[in-house]
Design a protein around this ligand. Structure first.
Ligand code: MG
Length: 164
């Protein structure tokens, strides 16, 4: 695999700890972007990765929700750009837009996400995928979609990138 330049993060289920019944997420605090919990350990990982890679968020959630979330957790300066529901199209097109904008080849990017559908979208445009198990996707479905690797905690994003 060639050297990575851009990391694409899914939001819901990767950064946002939404799949956690104990944290009592409801539509109101989701909508307002307040009190949304960050996946534990993610702050350190994002700040470390931002030293070496361009970080993007590729999401179906609204950009304003994501911005509030990043501000709440003091992460707003680490991300180059957020592509959300306001940017139309699917995740494959959003990735393609960044690849073209930065004159990259898809293999210089990596999508970190939690669902089989997202894995398929990334592969449509040739972007490799690191699938995480702390989100919504069932492990059997995730692995069937054929991501490049499956990881169980945020720090493994850093160790996986250091290995390739
Ligand atoms: Mg997700």
């Amino acid at each position: 695999m060639i050297e990575k330049k851009c990391l694409f993060f899914d939001f819901d289920g990767v950064l946002l700890d939404s799949y956690n019944p104990k944290k009592n997420i409801n539509f109101f605090n989701y909508h307002v972007g307040n009190k949304l919990p960050l996946v534990s350990g993610m702050e350190k990982v994002v700040s470390e990765l931002a030293d070496k890679y361009l970080l993007y968020i590729i999401s179906s959630s609204s950009v304003s929700t994501i911005r509030s979330f990043l501000a709440l957790h003091h992460l707003q300066n680490y991300f180059t750009k957020i592509l959300g529901s306001e940017n139309s199209f699917g995740k494959a097109d959003k990735m393609k837009e960044i690849i073209v904008e930065n004159r990259l080849v898809p293999d210089q990017c990596l999508f970190v996400t939690d669902t089989a559908d997202d894995i398929k979208e990334a592969h449509l445009v040739g972007v490799p995928v690191l699938a995480v198990t702390w989100g919504y996707g069932r492990i059997d479905e995730i692995s069937k979609a054929g991501p490049e690797a499956i990881i169980n905690k945020p720090s493994e994003i850093v160790s996986w990138l250091n290995k390739i």
